[in-house]
Design a protein around this ligand. Sequence first.
Ligand code: FAD
Ligand code: SF4
Length: 512
Amino acid sequence: MLLRLLLGDQLHIGHSWFKADPDPVVCYTLMEILPETAYVAHHIQKVVGFFGAMRAFAAELEAAGHRVRYFTLDAPDNQQSFESNCRALIAELGATRFEYLLPDEYRVDQQLAAFASSLDIPAQAFDTEHFLAPREAVQQQFAGKKTYLMEAFYRKIRAQYGILMAPDGKTPLHGQWNFDAENRKKLPKNIVVPPAPRYFREVTDIVQMLARMGVRTIGTIEARHFDWPLTRAEALDTLRQFVQLRLSQFGDYQDAMSGRDWLLFHSRLSFVLNIKLLHPLEVVEACVTHWQKKPDAVPFAALEGFVRQIIGWREYMRGIYWAEMPGYRDLNFFEHQQPLPGWFWTANTKMRCLQHSIGQSLERAYAHHIQRLMVTGNFALLLGVHPDETDAWYLGIYMDALEWVEITNTRGMSQFADGGLVGTKPYVSSANYIHKMSDYCAGCAYNKDQRYGPDACPFNSLYWDFYDRHRAKLERNPRIGMMYKVWDAMAGEERAKILERAAWCRENAELL
Ligand SMILES: Cc1cc2nc3c(=O)[nH]c(=O)nc-3n(C[C@H](O)[C@H](O)[C@H](O)COP(=O)(O)OP(=O)(O)OC[C@H]3O[C@@H](n4cnc5c(N)ncnc54)[C@H](O)[C@@H]3O)c2cc1C
Ligand code: SF4
């Protein structure tokens, strides 16, 4: 008998394990484990989503004739650890071999490697066959270099897989690798945003089980109308709807934010991609095929922009994770120590951009990239929040948050806690950028144009205060030097008032 362990983010039906006919001597096991729900406070939709998708996947495997042993969280024989449950199953089944798929999280990777080597039966780990680049890809490509470069990494993968390449296989289609410059528009007032894909199902049983088992969660859920895709069929439907309804405008509005709609032209595919219900190549293929059929309807810039997220940023972040862990999770370049304001868990702030982005996150376990980067992340960085606190919030609140892609985005891209490994400069802005890309400022209690005074937008003073405090670390950065010229050119009295307002905001962050 062979025992094979599948983790909750390894629901990849296309894996070669499942290509052969079901074998009665192979038993697959999936398990809901208490400690996995507790290392941070997760959004209730995330816990329900993972367990719901795992249960559906186990049922699919069984329906296809595979032997499956599923541990619900409240099963009497669930010993609440991968190791203990697997040991018990090995004994019960008389298993003579143990196999598992390589985890994407460093901690679990170490844990299962130690478990496998402690067994007295042969054990082996297999690739998940999900990612396009191996774990070591970033480390190998940039060996000996001081920084990593997403663009170079992206080009390599694109050429290697022949995605959007000219017939010579070496140059990019349409002669240019990156069309990002065409992709930065504000949402027009009269634009019609297509309805988001939603899959209403009742999950009351899982919600009640979590309450019974004392699982601590954040956020809200509509247990009778849970709307996330949880099966492969629903994941494919989400992809189909994105390609048909949103892809053509993804490029134009990928950086736009609006209080009118939570999804805009984004795909909402990160959760189903991260649990591997979808393969990145099939996502790319669906987009490219649609564009080939309707070249006039889908601007090439939109297609290239979306493909870059999937085969560029997503794979790149994973490569950074494996190149830099475990040290990455302790980095704090700016030595920030401030706690995250309590309203990150309630959305109870007068700042409309934050109120909307956090409120939406609590309600939907989702925010799109610019809300995460230029609203919540921007504010946490300007305020000087300790990256451990910021990481814990992002890791808990988002449906798609798994450490390999959360920490690299949060600690790296958003908080610059790695000192410039992922990004070449900190992503900070004043109200200027938020106003340019959103309709938030119009209905805000604060004045986007003021830098000091009780009504001044907190982003404005905190922005200059951030540069002022970190002058020694940032002044020599060629992409930033200009900001110091602007700051130094301001009148001394003006600068003092800005710093005074920033100090007040930092001391009274809970009141903002
Ligand atoms: C502070 C911060 C934290 C983040 N945490 C996570 C996280 O925990 N999990 C996660 O999957 N993404 C994370 N991201 C990246 C990105 O914000 C989400 O992938 C995206 O918002 C998911 O929504 P979507 O599927 O509608 O994406 P779309 O805008 O439709 O983009 C398409 C896909 O591209 C991929 N993608 C886009 N940008 C990135 C990126 N920077 N890194 C990796 N993949 C990317 C995702 O798979 C996404 O589904 C984070 C970004 C920031 C700034
Ligand atoms: S004025 Fe400032 S706080 Fe208010 S929405 Fe605009 S950027 Fe956000």
